[in-house]
Design a protein around this ligand. Structure first.
Ligand code: PMP
Length: 283
């Protein structure tokens, strides 16, 4: 198959599979999701993605019909149905199917969606341009919910400005990107926003922190500001699909470019780990 959609056991092409209108995703975005990538039909960091997924599920008081192990087995089976060995692997759980009422419906069980499509890894070493956007999101950004409207608007604003990503700030504090985490390198230290309710605890963020440990780079997880970012040696954006990319411009101002070796060490380590994992892990 070129693409694959899965809905509670039913399988079809993404463009063709139909979803009931009463799925609460349609009315309320009442669900959570997860996104990973595969290479060589192997989903990178699957266990970490599934753990975060079940954490998001629990924070929305949903009771899954599937265990972590069953979900991993299902995803590992589905990726083999695609022609392409390199995939964007997306799944979500919604509260269930029921007539539209805000409070949780009594007699429903969660729906499981999976979407697979071919994925091409972009050049992570290229420099990207960013814009800043005020963070007007709610206070549950640690939950990977389907409610992404402010992120969508910010991402579109970045696109219209010819930029790759929008960086959110709340007050003076940098929170994260519209679909990434944001970090800075300054005087040999990696600064990254703390894991609180204002950011998604990124899997790539966690890997960056681990690699910093191995490379002897100190990590500071206290909030950093707009000024810190503009004055940083390097500005890094991390996500599952882009690993870790660095910025050359923010809001049209030239930024970063002052710690290229450190940056390269981190990027090499992330990419090397990905290739090693996806070439060696057998499912
Ligand atoms: N923050 C937001 C808002 C995101 O959408 C993403 C991408 N999933 C991230 C951070 C980065 O998370 P990860 O490294 O797990 O992809």
């Amino acid at each position: 198959m070129e693409t694959l959609g899965y809905y509670n056991g039913e399988i079809g092409l993404l463009d063709e599979l139909r979803i009931p209108m009463n799925d609460r995703a349609c009315w309320f975005g009442d669900g959570v999701y997860e996104a990973a990538i595969s290479e060589n039909y192997t989903i990178f960091a699957l266990e970490e993605h599934i753990n975060r997924f079940f954490n998001s599920v629990a924070l929305l008081y949903m009771t899954p019909r599937i265990t972590k192990i069953q979900l991993a087995e299902l995803l590992n089976t589905l990726v083999h149905k695609l022609d392409s060995p390199a995939q964007f692997v997306y799944w979500q759980m919604t509260r269930g199917t029921a007539p539209r009422t805000h409070a949780f419906p009594e007699h429903t069980t969660p729906n499981l969606w999976v979407a697979l499509k071919p994925f091409i890894l972009q050049d992570i070493y290229q420099k990207i341009k960013l814009i800043t956007v005020e963070d007007t999101r709610f206070l549950h950004c640690n939950i990977k919910t389907l409610n992404l409207l402010p992120n969508v608007l910010a991402s579109e604003k970045a696109k219209q400005a010819g930029c790759a990503e929008a960086v959110f700030y709340r007050g003076n504090r940098i929170t994260e990107g519209s679909h990434s985490n944001v970090h800075i390198l300054k005087e040999g230290i990696l600064r990254t926003a703390p894991k609180d309710n204002l950011i998604l605890p990124g899997i790539s963020r966690a890997h960056i922190i681990t690699h910093c440990g191995k490379l002897g780079i100190a990590v500071d997880e206290t909030p950093f500001t707009l000024e810190d970012m503009f004055g940083a040696d390097e500005i890094l954006i991390s996500s599952t699909s882009s690993f870790c990319m660095s910025a050359s411009h923010i809001d049209g101002y030239h930024v970063g470019g002052k710690a290229p070796e450190l940056l390269r060490q981190l990027q090499d380590a992330l990419l090397e780990e990905f290739h090693r994992y996806t070439q060696s892990t057998v499912h």
